[in-house]
Design a protein around this ligand. Structure first.
Ligand SMILES: [Cu+2]
Length: 177
């Protein structure tokens, strides 16, 4: 201890904070793999919700004008659509001279009645129409949705179709060893 001008001055040597604790290589690798897993999981979830299923209204699976719904992806008529929560379904009344149709759900939690828009959505009108209308619904629930055209069908009769909505792959449970 020195004495300068009546003050006691204590000088201690400052050491660098101890940063010498080495992280084991395995711990560093584990941290890196965790960082890689997170973006992968997000990407999987985003992909699962990105599908828009097209259902052509007024044509059969041969592409001929018909009082039928056809899933454009599976080319099935009556339309059978396999989808996941987060997907959308677009019904489109197709052809040069479209038929007089609409689409109405008759089961499941998702209720809709659509043609030129959907009843209760903005200014939409689900009454049958022979315009080249298009209407899109979003699938939010795990369920089976059955639908039909009020002019040419009834529940599971005539002009009808089915959408099966499953849990997205990205949200299914899995384990990490
Ligand atoms: Cu119809």
């Amino acid at each position: 201890m020195d004495r300068i001008g009546g003050l006691d001055v204590s000088v201690t040597t400052q050491h660098e904070p101890n940063q010498g604790i080495l992280m084991p290589a395995t711990t560093a690798l584990f941290r890196n793999s965790l960082l890689c897993l997170v973006p992968f999981a997000l990407a999987t979830t985003a992909m699962a919700g990105s599908t828009n299923h097209i259902i052509n209204v007024g044509v059969n699976s041969s592409g001929s004008q018909s009082n039928a719904f056809t899933d454009a992806g599976s080319n099935t008529s009556p339309a059978v659509t396999s989808a996941q929560v987060g997907d959308t379904v677009t019904f489109q009344n197709v052809g040069a001279s479209p038929g007089f149709h609409n689409v109405v759900s008759n089961s499941g939690a998702t209720q809709f009645r659509c043609a030129n828009g959907c009843d209760g959505v903005g200014g939409g009108n689900g009454a049958p129409s022979s315009a080249n209308w298009s209407a899109t619904i979003t699938l939010t629930t795990v369920e089976t949705i059955n639908y039909f055209c009020e002019v040419h069908g009834a529940p599971n009769i005539g002009m009808f179709g089915t959408i099966t909505v499953a849990v997205p792959v990205g949200l299914q449970s899995f384990e990490i060893d």
